[in-house]
Design a protein. Sequence first.
Length: 320
Amino acid sequence: MQPSTLERSIDFALAAKATNTIVRRLGAFTAFVDYAVSEGQSPFPLSENSVFRYLDHMHTSNAAPSKASSFLQCLNWMRAVLQAIVPEDIHESSRVKGASVALQQKAPPPRRAPPLTVSEIREIESVACHAPSVQDRVIAGGILFGIFSCARASDLARAVHLSIDEPSDPSATAWIESSVRGAKTATGSRSRLLLPLVAPVVPFSTPWIPFWKRAREQLGLPVSGQCAPGQLLPSFGIGGAVRARSLYSDEITQWLRLVLGKGTQSVTSHSIKTTCLTWASQAGIAVRERRLLAHHVPPGSRSTETYSRVVLAPAVRSLA
């Protein structure tokens, strides 16, 4: 097969797969390749023995408890989607299956990201308004938008549009909207749709949107219309220059912990998404509306519902 034909074949095979799935599988297999090279071995052809040695290495190197199962899922995926040659005896091997299960059993009880408190949100609002660093003001405003739109960090990274509707009364609800291309859960025909992010914003302390807009303008970032992926919550390089990528989730986590101070070490980037969803649950908002706020597809419904502003509007109004 010609290299160009192989490349197109892979592109077509992956066309219906969610971006996040592809990245996760690629990461799992790249780790295996790196291990094989470090051992002076070729990763191909795959064999039961080479896979077991890799899983055994995970145990001795204190790898993450989910790493073995993620790798075996990757092999299944490669065989089904890419028609890669993966010997049957790998998944039938008792020692391979046992090594994966034994590593999973080392996992501690799951720790869910806590929602942010009102006082913590006020602190982020203060940063958006008064931080000496214009870069911090841009980051704080982007995070506040993510909080009130129940967005994932990956959604903020893929935003391609921004619209801000400010009322004349600063105490009234403002609305910020964005659109996300290639959202985490987008597959097949949905990958062509834009996921709407809609944030009803009522400031808890100082109205922060005007400060955020001015900070973005200072750095040459758009405040309305089209924006490039990564510009909604950008990262910054040496000298504070805007990079051509968004903040990574671990960078968001570090920023939140630094700004919020002691006692916030359990806060993560996922706290951005969980905050308003937790409030919605405590307020008794219906499960279906909470699913829409979380940008999840309700069971049995058409998948395009979560990509419709019309369907999302009642859920957002209930949050406002």
